[in-house]
Ligand binder design. Structure first.
Ligand SMILES: Cc1cc2nc3c(=O)[nH]c(=O)nc-3n(C[C@H](O)[C@H](O)[C@H](O)COP(=O)(O)O)c2cc1C
Length: 411
């Protein structure tokens, strides 16, 4: 169910560099109903990216232990805001990629497992659904609840033609009464917290996010996540954070801000400018899986580390090992298909992960022709073996977004 039908531009359109606002940081925690999200950071759902292996990889890469005290200027900074905090993990909530409610309710148990697989170390975790039929969505939400997810999320942001064409995703933004009916029907069907992720509206002439947020609160939803762009905007221009502030001012349930966070400074700036209760990060996490850890470290100490070359090598190998282990454990597909899929993911990740790394273009060219996961790993090992350890501070390649121009995605 990989996202198809919308293009992400190669470079981020928003060149704004935010300075870390004084005294404001990403909150240490947020609650979605009874579910504690600590710290208040969320990995955005990304079709074709945020599968169980990537999610667990992010969780583990995010852990930042702040037992040590840090010196910032002439001050010794103690720790984070609350006890439950960045000690646990720098990423407070994981989300699945969007899953078709229609498909889920029709699938056989074994196939469902493939889409809804998660492990114990992924809690708290949300499953995201898309669809346009209230009863089907409610049935799928029940399946999500029975599978053990902590929360269920409804996608009202996907701009892809094939989803919008069936009135799913952002297509529904043109019909608020229908959205209200869907909210009500899903709410009645499950007891776990229920959230929605949406865009500003269909286009600039039809911005509905504030009204939609009020409807969601009235229908008993537990939190909202806004990707602050219209459907027509796709990924172009800048996310308009002022609308995150507007919905924050309109409702009392938690608001998760999303769009264009690339650095810990951006995350803090979003909190400062909008008052949002949590931040959600998508594209930046694919190229820099350390971003949650960096936010945690920044919150705790006022500074953050960049991964060194050897950190990068270690991370990429850890991710590959996780992919290979998952492929070996998954029985739903024939072995060849599993290994082919795994090699594809390894290439994809190595490609993202070496954007901005000196010499990365050469590696990307080399792995493009690799025929197996083992070959990809060999190329990666050879690449990192050649790099002097001081290269972490060397000139960076100008490639801010890891997603190639032609990639088709959904939200
Ligand atoms: C490859 C890709 C796949 C995506 N898939 C989904 C999805 O399944 N569900 C969803 O709600 N949003 C999806 N999105 C949108 C992201 O969740 C997020 O809203 C968007 O990328 C903006 O956040 P960012 O600027 O931090 O990337 C996707 C985005 C990308 C780049």
């Amino acid at each position: 169910m990989a996202g198809k039908g919308f293009t992400v531009k190669k470079n981020w359109d928003n060149p704004i560099e935010h300075a870390m606002p004084e005294g404001v940081c990403v909150p240490a925690e947020m609650r979605i109903g009874p579910v504690l999200v600590a710290p208040a950071t969320v990995l955005a759902p990304m079709a074709g990216v945020t599968d169980t292996v990537f999610r667990r990889f992010i969780r583990h890469a995010s852990v930042f232990s702040c037992d040590q005290r840090a010196e910032v200027g002439d001050q010794e900074i103690a720790a984070v805001e609350a006890d439950v905090s960045n000690r646990q993990s720098g990423c407070g909530l994981l989300m699945t990629e969007f899953t078709s409610a229609d498909g889920l309710s029709r699938m056989r148990e074994t196939k469902r497992r493939r889409y809804l697989t998660f492990y114990d170390d992924e809690h708290p975790i949300a499953a995201q659904l898309f669809g346009s039929n209230a009863e089907t969505l409610a049935e799928a939400a029940r399946i999500v609840q029975d599978t053990g997810f902590d929360t269920v999320d409804l996608n009202l942001g996907c701009p892809a033609k094939r989803v919008v064409g069936c009135n799913g995703g952002s297509g529904l933004l043109r019909d608020l009464p229908k959205i209200a009916d869907i909210f009500r029907t899903i709410r009645k069907a499950v007891t776990i917290p229920f959230t929605v992720k949406f865009r500003l509206g269909w286009n600039d002439a039809q911005i509905v996010c504030v009204e939609l947020a009020r409807i969601a609160e009235a229908e008993g939803l537990n939190a909202l996540a806004l990707h602050a762009r219209t459907r027509e905007q796709g990924y172009s221009g800048q996310a308009r954070w002022e609308w995150i502030a507007a919905i924050k001012g309109a409702v009392n349930i938690p608001v998760i801000g999303n769009g264009d966070i690339r650095t810990p400074e951006d995350a803090a700036a979003m909190v400062a400018q909008t008052g949002c209760d949590a931040v959600m990060i998508g594209r930046a996490a694919a190229g820099n899986p350390w971003i949650f850890r960096q936010i945690a470290q920044y919150t705790a100490t006022g500074r953050y580390d960049q991964p060194t070359f050897s950190d990068r090598h270690h991370m990429i190998r850890a991710y590959f090992e996780m992919l290979l282990a998952e492929a070996a454990a998954t029985k739903e597909l024939p072995r060849d298909a599993r290994m082919g899929e795994t090699a594809g993911k390894m290439k994809q990740f190595a490609t993202w992960f070496t954007h901005g790394v000196p010499g990365g273009a050469k590696l990307r060219k080399a792995i493009y022709t690799a025929k197996s996961g083992v070959e990809v790993l060999e190329q990666v090992n050879a690449f990192f073996a050649q790099q002097p350890s001081t290269e972490a501070s060397a000139e960076q390649e100008a490639a801010p977004s890891p997603f190639p121009e032609t990639e088709l995605v959904c939200d």
